[in-house]
Ligand binder design. Structure first.
Ligand SMILES: C[S@@+](CC[C@H](N)C(=O)[O-])C[C@H]1O[C@@H](n2cnc3c(N)ncnc32)[C@H](O)[C@@H]1O
Length: 239
């Protein structure tokens, strides 16, 4: 990615940090996080692309060894304010997940939700997740699902120049599996998941997006849809 693209990436997320749609709490991945990782007490955890702190804030209530990184200063500043309001002390670092400023094998859990699809070097970023994890540490990554209504909706809104989340790729389960395995991660779970609107703030202009997300949710029981796919695995060795 060129320098201009990097600056654009940062600017996009600085701007989105104030977007009410993005702030709406409708991503349920935290359910998988708590089901899959259980208690993270006394474990070193890294959240990549922590955004406004949706996951890291509740996690920090039960674990004092959490670190968050994000490419956007604005996102980190909102996250920091939320942490401070709760008296939580979490180191937040402005960094790019494609080049993490940590040595190899530091963390017991490294996760990112909705982050690595926003640039072309997705495989490199997943490698970085694995590199900074301990061997036998857990890595969790979630990306948009290509076999979804959301993906069709995205193509349509990109065509109309209405898509507001900058550069964003979608992946099939197969592609996510391949990238994860190439990073020397042994996969334990890989599923499609719904992203349900939970927020009561539903501006009219977002209704179409909510409708699409709902369709993807309704089709999940018959093996279709699911706006995102999420993978969990254990690092076998460092590349
Ligand atoms: C869709 S938001 C998800 C935020 C958070 N993970 C959540 O689930 O609420 C994507 C986040 O990834 C961050 N991001 C995008 N590209 C990044 C990169 N190369 N390195 C680190 N963070 C990045 C953005 O600034 C933004 O906070």
């Amino acid at each position: 990615m060129t320098k201009t693209n990097d600056v654009r990436l940062r600017e996009t997320w600085d701007k989105l940090s104030h977007d009410p749609f993005h702030q709406a709490g409708f991503f349920p991945s935290e359910r998988y996080l708590s089901d899959w990782i259980g208690s993270q007490k006394n474990k070193r955890v890294l959240e990549i692309g922590c955004g406004q702190g949706r996951i890291i804030v509740p996690l920090a209530r039960q674990n004092n060894q959490v670190i968050g990184i994000d490419i956007s200063n604005e996102m980190l500043s909102i996250c920091q304010t939320r942490l401070k309001q709760e008296g939580l002390n979490v180191p937040l670092v402005r960094a790019d997940t494609r080049h993490l400023p940590f040595r190899d094998g530091v963390f017991e859990l490294v996760y990112s939700l909705g982050v690595v699809e926003h640039f072309e070097e997705t495989a490199q970023a997943i490698n970085e997740h694995a590199r900074v994890s301990k061997v036998e540490g857990t890595v969790i990554v979630s990306v948009p699902h290509r076999r979804s209504f959301y993906h069709l909706f995205k193509i349509f809104s990109q065509f109309l120049h209405l898509f507001r989340f900058g550069f964003e790729q979608s992946f099939t389960k197969r592609e996510l599996r391949q990238m994860t395995q190439a990073a020397q991660i042994r996969i334990t779970n890989l599923i499609a998941q719904e992203i349900v609107p939970e927020s009561t703030v539903t501006p009219l202009r977002h209704l179409a997006a909510y409708g699409v997300l709902l369709l993807d949710k309704l089709l999940l029981p018959v093996g279709l849809g699911g706006m995102t796919i999420i993978v969990r695995g254990k690092v076998m060795s460092h590349n």
